[in-house]
Each structure stands twice: as structure tokens, then as C-alpha cells.
Design a protein. Structure first.
Length: 616
């Protein structure tokens, strides 16, 4: 595969990328190549939570729902385009039932109704789950279906750079981890499904094998949206996993120790009364991400307490073996007490309650060599999801680079906050939309192949310099991650952000000039694109802070006087866009497009559909 041309190149094999490949095939596009570092790598197949949530249109009982109502929930957090929210809502039922048909075991009752529960930022019981490994089950089901097609999946490959010719996407230069050489894949269409920026932070719940690749799209000028809007929350660190849901609702002890494990204490009792403490811990179950609106009076005060304990050089653990000191079930909030009573889990210890409510949550850690029945679980506040990403239109084509289709987490369709599990729906909706558009509009070969080959040759020379230089890639990667966790996490101080941005620019310049030595090509190329990504993210964060947006979502902002900055809510109706143009980063705000209110007439919509006018 030194040189190859395909109609559609799919980069990434998570739930979004696999769905796109399958939908393309079923829409009649047969000339497809999927490249991936490995189908068992990436976030979708390696992450989850106590019961990993898939957020969808309501399908149970008498509670009414509609695409417009669901779209309003997507928009409620602000900084979301209404037309994109409606697309993700409209495709929700189809994408969900498609997964059910593929064998993903989402639960339904004896009458066939798909039951739901309430998740964070969810006004209704729209959430569902098939256990801790929901996204993994999605990937496995999609892979089974793809094995029945002729779609080729080339593993042990990463996209080293994207190709752009005459302002449009033209495929990618690919690094083969087996041959340690570069390959060229020119393509009429490029579906970019590389996930979130998993490698950017030192404190991260992304699986170690997932680093992301948004930087290579940024480098060719792809427009970005809402880069500063990330989610941070409590997660285990030995094995990276969100400690949300029942891990919190069973009311474990929060313990801190000295680095050597000595001097154990229940540090939350220094801040809260026992009843208040346990009520806040319970709420962390479905208020998992840090949220400035839930601090200092709500559940997010727990995140701050953990962070500040770590900042003192102490380690923090969850202990499920015994109840928190002073626990009185009658004194906790009525919401917590009623939930535990209905779950028949008011008695015993946290591990006994967890065994009753969600035994799979115990087995999950056991599968990774951690026995929470006999040992404490170390945790920290970690980066978990980037609500921002690349900017796509309602067909998930890049807003400024035709034939590039960012889908999944790399597509920044979410706003400041979002309902838990909506990302899984967004990935499936994006896959359906991109596949439909490619099949309907982009099957002809319009690419200038000579120019694409020439661009590939130029890029390969640049990339060879990066993997055969003098710098230590592992050291530079650690530098990038520590800087981002320190300055671009859930606490953001403008003085630190500005210093970090200058440091990141200096590092990027050195990397591009000097390259790396004594490291694998994958590590070198990954570090280089993360260095570029860090500059873009820090630039957007700085711009947003200086614009006066203030503290919102999962980020607490502090000004030059180190005082907290309140949110200016007028920015909820705007979206921050970021682009790399002519060697400079351009950040600016644009107004959110409103929620469409179409009043269609069946015969007219049917005619537009038959005649392909829906693509215009």
C-alpha cells in the first residue's frame, strides 16, 4: 500500500468510524479503506463507566418526546447551532435502533419498550445503557457487521498528515507502524473519526492507547469550534475509568494519604457536615463532570476538594470496604435516600450496596487487576471529553475544507454542557449523515491526482525530518501533558495560560526544526501533532478568557488578580471558532444558528428527497 487511491478513506475505528464505513457500504459506496492503529485501540472500545450511557430520543411509557424537544436539550447548555442539534436529534432513533438490530443488548421490557433513566443535564429519562462497556459493545457489533462486507481495514497505521489540494481534502499520508515507512492514500472523501484529544493531558481518563489526531486537521486549516469546552471529572488513575454513577451513589469513603500511603484521613469531613458530605457524593453519580454552577454549594465541591488534596502532594482514594464515618441514611437528602430505598440498597457497606445495585462495576475493576472489595481505589480529577472540536455542517462536512468529514468526538457539535451519553448518539448520527452525503453527492472522482501526489511527496519529506532528528519525544510529550493539566484543566488562571501558550509555541517551533531521535515513528508523529494541538487549544482558551466569557461548564476561570471570574452568559448564544491561517491562529466568535422550525408538507418533502434536493 505504498500508494493507493480510494473513493472514501475512513481514519479511525471507533464507534463513529466503523458506523460510517458500514453505512457507506450499505449506501452503495464500495471503494472504502479504513486505516487504524488497531481495532482494539482507541477510546470507544476501551472506555466506559459504571453503566456507560447512550443518550437518545425517549421511547418508553407516556412521557412525550420529539426531535425538536431533544434538540432543545442539546442546545440548553449554550454555544450550539440549532440545525446541528436538530440533525442529531432527528437521527437519534434510527442510529439507536440500528445498533439494536446489530445486536447491541440495550434493555427493553416485556412489551418491547426501551427503558430509560435520567443522566446529567437531562430533563427526561432518555438515557440507556447495556452496562459498563456500552461503546465497546457498539464497536464489536459494528465490526461483526463489517466482516460480512468487502470493506478493508488496514491496522497498525496512523494518519501522519492530511492532504489538501485546491482547498479541498485529498486523503492522507499514512505511517505504517510495521514497515516503519510512509504510504500515500489519496481519496475523493476523507471521513475523519480520530476521537478526542486523548493524549493532551497528564491527568486523563482517556485510555493510554488513545492519543487523538485532531492536530493534523488543525494544521491544514480545518475550522474548529468551542475548543475550550472540555469535561473534567473524577476517575481512577491506575486503570483509567470514570467513577460516576453507582460508584458514587453507594456512598464510598473519600480517603487521602501521604505519598507512601500513611496518614490516612477522611478529608471531606473537614469541609462538610456528614449529611451534606454524603448527599453531595451521591449527586456526583449523575452530576459527574465538574460544573462551576455546582460549586461551592453543590456536588462539584467534591472535585475541588480532591484536586486541592492532590495539590498538597497527597493521594486520594475511594474506599468501598466500610461506610464513611458518621453515615446516617436518615440524615442524607431525600433524593439520595429514596433512590437507595427504591434500589433496596440502604444497608451494609458501600461494596455490599454496589454488589446489589451494579455487580458489573466490581467485576470491571477485577478484570483489570484491581479488587475494590479488598483495596482502595486511587482517583484524581481527569480530562474526559472535549465538547469542542472540528466544525462541520449539517452533513458533517468540514465548514471550510470540502470532502473532509469530521465525525465522532473530533467533531465539535456539543456546547458548554451536554446530556451525558449524547456523544455516542452524535457519533452515530454523524456517521449516517456523512455516509448519506458521500453516497448521494461525492462518488465521482473529481480529485486532481497529480497535485495530490505532489503534495504527498512534499509532506513525506517534512515528516521524515520529524522522525529523524535530535529531540527526546517522550520527554516533550510529558512536557505537553503536564502543561495542559496544570494550566488548561478545570481551573484556568490567565497568567498561567499565557505563560503556557508561549512555552507551547516555543516547544512546537523546536520540534518542527529539530525533529526527534531514538523513538518510534508513531511516538514522534503523535508528539508533533499534540504539540500543534496544544498551541491551538491554549490559544483558544486565552482568547475566551480575555473576551470575558468567565467561568462556565467544566472550567473555573481566574483573572490577572487571581480572583474567580463570573460567567458572562451573553456568550452562551455564541460559538468560538479557531483556525490556522497563513501561519497564524485566528480566533473569533460567531452567533449560534437558531433551532429550525420546519413545517413540511409530505408531498413536497418527498419530491425533494427523490430529486436529491436535500443535499443542496
Amino acid at each position: 500500500m505504498k500508494k493507493r487511491h480510494v473513493n472514501t478513506l475512513v481514519i479511525g475505528s471507533g464507534a463513529a468510524g466503523l458506523c460510517a464505513a458500514l453505512r457507506l457500504y450499505r449506501e452503495g459506496v464500495k471503494d472504502i479503506l479504513v486505516i487504524t492503529e488497531g481495532v482494539k485501540m482507541g477510546t470507544s472500545i476501551n472506555t466506559g463507566s459504571d453503566k456507560q450511557t447512550y443518550y437518545k430520543l425517549g421511547m418508553y411509557g407516556t412521557e412525550p418526546d420529539s426531535p425538536a424537544d431533544l434538540a432543545k436539550s442539546y442546545m440548553a447548555g449554550g454555544a450550539v447551532h440549532g440545525d446541528i442539534a436538530l440533525v442529531e436529534a432527528a437521527l437519534s432513533a434510527r442510529g439507536f435502533l440500528h445498533l439494536c438490530d446489530l445486536g447491541v443488548p440495550f434493555p427493553h421490557d416485556e412489551l418491547g419498550q426501551y427503558i430509560g433513566y435520567k443522566t446529567d443535564h437531562d430533563p427526561r429519562r432518555r438515557a440507556t445503557s447495556c452496562g459498563p462497556y456500552t461503546s465497546k459493545e457498539m464497536c464489536l457489533a459494528l465490526l461483526r457487521a463489517l466482516k460480512e462486507t468487502s470493506v478493508e481495514i488496514a491496522e497498525k497505521r496512523i494518519a501522519a498528515t492530511l492532504l489538501k489540494v485546491d482547498g479541498r481534502a485529498a486523503g492522507a499520508v499514512v505511517y505504517n507502524g510495521e514497515s516503519c515507512g510512509f504510504e500515500t492514500v489519496t481519496a475523493e472523501n476523507t471521513v475523519f473519526a480520530v476521537g478526542g484529544p486523548g493524549g493532551l493531558y497528564a491527568n486523563s481518563v482517556y485510555p493510554p492507547c488513545h492519543t487523538g489526531a485532531i492536530g493534523i486537521a488543525m494544521r491544514i486549516g480545518a475550522k474548529c469550534r468551542n475548543l475550550p469546552e472540555s469535561q473534567f471529572g473524577l476517575a481512577s488513575v491506575k486503570f483509567r475509568w470514570n467513577v460516576s454513577g453507582t460508584y458514587m451513589q453507594v456512598l464510598p469513603r473519600f480517603v487521602s494519604t501521604a505519598p507512601d500511603g500513611s496518614d490516612e484521613k477522611e478529608f471531606l469531613r473537614e469541609r462538610f457536615t456528614d449529611a451534606d458530605l454524603n448527599s453531595r457524593v451521591f449527586l456526583k453519580g449523575y452530576q459527574w463532570p465538574f460544573d462551576v454552577k455546582k460549586f461551592p454549594d453543590g456536588s462539584s465541591a467534591v472535585d475541588v476538594a480532591v484536586f486541592e488534596e492532590n495539590a498538597k502532594g497527597r493521594r486520594v482514594f475511594l474506599d468501598f470496604r466500610s461506610n464513611p464515618a458518621g453515615l446516617d441514611m436518615k440524615a442524607i437528602s431525600s433524593e439520595a435516600r429514596e433512590y437507595l430505598e427504591r434500589s433496596k440498597a440502604c444497608d451494609g457497606t458501600p461494596i455490599e450496596r454496589l454488589r446489589k445495585m451494579n455487580p458489573g462495576a466490581i467485576a470491571l475493576y477485577a478484570d483489570h487487576g484491581i479488587d475494590i472489595e479488598t483495596e482502595m481505589l486511587e482517583i484524581a480529577v481527569c480530562a474526559q471529553h472535549n465538547n469542542g472540536g472540528l466544525a462541520g455542517n449539517t452533513w458533517y462536512e468540514s465548514e471550510n475544507i470540502p470532502h473532509l468529514f469530521p465525525i465522532g468526538e473530533v467533531n465539535g457539535s456539543h456546547g458548554v454542557t451536554r446530556p451525558g451519553g449524547s456523544a455516542l448518539n452524535a457519533g452515530q448520527a454523524g456517521a449516517f449523515r456523512a455516509a448519506k452525503f458521500i453516497a448521494g453527492v461525492c462518488q465521482s472522482d473529481t480529485l486532481d491526482h497529480a497535485k495530490a501526489e505532489e503534495q504527498a511527496a512534499f509532506e513525506i519529506k517534512r515528516l521524515e525530518k520529524i522522525i529523524s532528528g535530535t529531540r527526546d519525544a517522550r520527554s516533550d510529550l510529558q512536557d505537553i501533558r503536564q502543561r495542559m493539566s496544570r494550566c488548561a484543566g478545570f481551573q484556568r488562571r490567565i497568567t498561567e495560560v499565557e505563560t503556557a501558550l508561549e512555552e507551547a509555541k516555543t516547544l512546537l517551533e523546536a520540534i518542527e526544526k529539530e525533529g526527534f531521535c531514538n523513538s518510534s515513528g508513531v511516538l514522534a508523529l503523535t508528539t508533533a501533532q499534540l504539540a500543534f494541538s496544544s498551541v491551538m487549544y491554549l490559544s483558544a482558551i486565552r482568547y475566551q478568557i480575555l473576551a470575558g466569557v468567565g467561568s462556565r461548564g467544566s472550567a473555573a476561570v481566574f483573572g490577572y488578580d487571581n480572583a474567580p471570574v463570573s460567567e458572562n452568559e451573553t456568550f452562551r448564544s455564541q460559538i468560538l471558532t479557531s483556525s490556522f491561517k497563513n501561519g497564524e491562529i485566528v480566533n473569533e466568535f460567531e452567533m449560534c444558528r437558531p433551532l429550525p422550525t420546519p413545517d413540511g408538507w409530505f408531498e413536497n418533502v418527498w419530491a425533494d428527497y427523490r430529486e436529491g434536493k436535500i443535499f443542496l
